[in-house]
Design a protein around this ligand. Structure first.
Ligand code: AMP
Length: 114
């Protein structure tokens, strides 16, 4: 999508601190980190919210989680633990409408989340 900031990051049109990329997903550090490590894993395909995910796109979400798992290991907190979150729409706290998996690690997480 032309006016989607995450599509532009995936296309390399605007800079981001990339930590991982493959044919399906791109991962980069969040500009406003909420943990010592805060990475966003996005699909290259534009999917606005989880509600728009089509059955034939289920593999994309699997790849997002696999990438997050690999990044958690690279960052050194896989065994200690970490959190993965996808916010959906306003009540879920979504502000960028291109699905993204938050990977948060490097500190103790609280539950329930705010
Ligand atoms: P959400 O509120 O779940 O939609 O999360 C959007 C996230 O994107 C927030 O944590 C923002 O800090 C982050 N963000 C927005 N623009 C950028 C950007 N250009 N590069 C990296 N992170 C961004």
């Amino acid at each position: 999508m032309d006016d989607c900031i995450f599509c532009k990051i995936a296309a390399g049109e605007i800079p981001a601190d990339l930590v991982y990329e493959d044919d399906t997903v791109v991962a980069f550090r969040d500009l406003n980190p909420q943990a010592p490590t805060h990475v966003l894993v996005i699909p290259r395909a534009h999917i606005a919210t989880l509600n728009e995910l089509k059955p034939e796109q289920e593999g994309i979400v699997g790849r997002m989680f696999s990438a997050a798992k690999e990044i958690a290991a690279q960052e050194g907190f896989a065994e200690a633990g970490y959190r993965t979150v996808i916010n959906c729409n306003e009540a879920g706290g979504q502000t960028v409408f291109h699905i993204h998996l938050h990977l948060l690690g490097g500190r103790m997480m609280n539950w329930p989340p705010g």
